[in-house]
Every structure is written in C-alpha cells, then in structure tokens.
Design a protein around this ligand. Structure first.
Ligand SMILES: *Cc1c(COP(=O)(O)O)cnc(C)c1O
Length: 395
C-alpha cells in the first residue's frame, strides 16, 4: 500500500524522546516545550509561539483571544477541513461560508463583494444585514500548503475592522517574498495556528502551535491554555481556562521534526515536479499549481480531472490497486450541523470538490512509487474512456 500522507521520523526523534523519558519530564512542562516554541517562532521569523494540544484547540484559543462573542459571525471558507469551522461553534458564534478561488483558498475578491453588498459598516463595526449581527473575524485557511491572497485579505480586513486568524495547519513553511524578506504563513494575520497531526508536513503525533501579532495577547493565550492559573501556589483562577497544553514528549518529537522541515519541503517539491512531468501528456487531468508568487511547502498534491471523469470511480480504482487517495472534504456548509448557517455564492468549491483527487505525497515517497501511481492513473483513464485516449495518442 502506498499511503496518502504519513510521518517521516528518521531524524533525532528517538534520541530526544528518550531524553525526555530519561529525565521523566513527560507532561505539560519541560525543556523541549520551551525549545520547540522558540525554534518554531525563529523558523517563521516571529517573536514567540505557544505550543498547544492540537490545531483545533489552537483555533479555539485564537477565536477567544480575537474577542469573538456569542451570536457574532465569523467568515470562513466552505472548502476546508471541518476543524477550521467547529471552534466558531465552541464560542457560540455563527459561520458565514465563502467560496474558494482557483488556488482552492478563500476567494478574497468574492469576499469583498459580499462585504460591500450584504453588509453595512456602522461605527467601525461590520454588520451582516440579514441577521443584524456583527461580523468580527475571518478564518483564512491556507489549503494544501498554498496561500490565501493575504495581502488583499489584510487590506480588506483592516478596512472593515475584522480580526484575521490564519489556519496555517497545512502551510507550515509556506512563505511569500516581500521586498526580498520572507513572510511566512501564520504571520500575516492577527493570529496564526499550526497543527502537528500525523498527516501534516511535520508531526508530534498530535499537537499545535499558536502565533499572535500582539505579544500580550499571545501570553494570554498561553494562560488560557494552562487552566487560567493566576497563582502557581494557591491556585487562583480569574477566568475560565482550558487544558490545551502540549506535552514535553510531543515537543521532543517536534524539535527533531522541525530540524528536517526544509529537507521535507525539498523532497516534496521534487516529487511534485516528477508527478507533474509524468502527467503532462494526459489531457484528462492536471496537477494543480501552487500560487506563483509564493514558496509553498508542497504539502498536498491535487489532481484535477475534467468534468466528464467520474472521480469517485478513480478513487476506488486507485485504492483497490494499493494507492492511498481521497476526494477533497465534503463542503462544510452542506454538513448537518451547518445546514442552517449562511453562505455566499458558492460556485467554484462545488466544481473542485467533484473534480479533485489527492494522491500520495509523503516525504518518504520514492521515484519508483510515483512512477507506479502515474502508470495506474493512465491505466484507469484508459479503462474509463474505453481506450479512446490511447487511440487518440496513437493517431
Ligand atoms: C489538520 C487541520 C486542522 C486541525 O488540526 P488538528 O491538529 O488535527 O486539530 C485544522 N484545519 C485544517 C485545514 C487542517 O487541515
């Protein structure tokens, strides 16, 4: 079986985990947590970072710190993993779902149309006319390692007084060059969140990291993640806190993984280009590009098939031949818990959901495996098109 996306743990992971165990620092305190926070902040060129138990808990804390209150609205894309959306409900707010553009990320131009036609900006507050409730934040999800058009988004957000939370769980290492300086995913908005779940570009088994532009807000996030403890000795709590800290054992894995991230990106980049080259002769399918003005982390590869191809059958056929493959997530505005929430002109998301297949992209994928995957795709297309394709090529 060639899996879709699995961990690559051949660096210092075992050594560092052993150190943590020998020192008997296995819980939510310890030197590796501090080191992982510092290393990650240094890597994405920001002042500091707070390690948490998952990307989902990080997003929850970012929404709390952004000051999103009950019954307010938060803008979010419908084409995303549901973990980007559920935390909106944790704070009793309501999502408004937006479409994607050809990068698969939030369509910022369409968002602007929504803000201008469906909302009023009164006393520095954006109001959704339909419900008369404030819209306070945007969760921008960097899909598959691509980047949302963050420069346009930030301009729009500042204009309408909206907080921006970057769900960068899939985009650790992706950056844009601005006047020659690297600007990493997670550092454009007011808050940025990473995930180290097993399928992400680096993993700690499970875990996450939160960034914030404002240092005080970030230390308050750390406080909330540690049961909001005001006094270590007497256990005084002046707010409702959460048990959202990462453990030292997870952080030990994280430190070792982060040492290798640029190597992983390099491998994924080469694998992406090999797939692209081998698939270039096929009319029915293209490997989607990343945005041209960024250095992506090449986390996930998206094969986009022409409309006449039945993607579900392609996936079944790939899986039956030992190749891990899946469709894009079911759109969130159509999921049962979100059916009654608002959405705005969803069009491209439908198109992409029914035409994209994700194919193996792990950083330990070999050339031979990539060639096998492509040969199977060719064979499946041959069968699906009753040999039309091959005949055409031979003519
Ligand atoms: C993985 C992921 C998350 C959640 O991260 P966890 O660490 O699994 O909680 C959130 N949003 C997106 C887009 C993701 O891909």
């Amino acid at each position: 079986m060639i899996p879709l996306s699995v961990p690559n743990l051949k660096g210092n992971e075992i050594n560092y985990v052993t150190n943590a165990l020998v020192a008997e620092w296995v819980s939510t305190g310890g030197a590796y947590i501090n080191q992982f926070e510092k290393d990650l902040a240094d890597y994405v060129l920001t002042h500091s970072a707070v390690a948490v138990s998952s990307g989902t808990s990080g997003l929850h804390l970012a929404l709390l710190e952004a000051g999103v209150s009950a019954h307010e609205h938060v803008i979010v894309p419908t084409l995303t993993f549901i973990a980007a959306v559920n935390p909106i409900k944790y704070v009793n707010a309501h999502p408004i779902f937006m479409d994607c553009d050809d990068s698969l990320c939030l369509d910022v131009a369409k968002l602007e149309k929504f803000l201008k036609t469906e909302c009023d900006f009164i006393n520095n507050q954006l109001i959704f006319r339909e419900t008369s409730r404030p819209i306070t934040a945007i969760i921008a999800v960097h899909i598959f390692g691509n980047l949302v058009d963050m420069l346009s988004l930030m301009t729009l957000a500042r204009k309408f007084n909206l907080q921006v939370i970057e769900d960068s769980t899939e985009a650790l290492g992706s950056y844009m060059l601005i006047d020659g300086a690297k600007k990493f995913a997670g550092t454009f908005g007011d808050f940025g969140v990473f995930s180290f779940n097993g399928n992400k570009i680096i993993t700690t088994g499970g875990g996450g990291m939160v960034l914030a532009k404002d240092k005080e807000k970030l230390s308050h996030i750390k406080y909330l993640s540690t049961q909001a403890k005001d006094d270590e000795l007497n256990y005084i709590h002046n707010e409702i806190g959460y048990n959202y800290r990462m453990t030292n054992v997870q952080a030990a894995i994280g430190v070792a993984q982060l040492e290798q991230i640029e190597k992983f990106v390099e491998i994924k980049k080469n694998n992406y280009h090999l797939y692209k080259q081998l698939l270039a002769t096929l009319d029915e399918v293209t490997l989607l590009d990343f945005r041209e003005d960024i250095r992506p982390n090449y986390w996930f590869y998206s094969l986009a098939f022409q409309e006449r191809i039945d993607v579900a059958r392609i996936i079944t056929a790939l899986n039956s031949q030992g190749i891990g493959s899946r469709p894009v997530w079911g759109l969130i505005h159509e999921q049962k818990p979100y059916k009654n929430d608002y959405s705005f002109e969803i069009e491209k998301a439908y198109k992409y959901v029914s035409s994209i297949v994700n194919i193996p992209c792990s950083s330990n994928l070999t050339d031979k495996e990539i060639r096998y995957v492509v040969s199977v795709i060719k064979e499946i297309l041959f069968n699906e098109t009753n040999g039309q394709r091959i005949k055409r090529l031979n003519n």
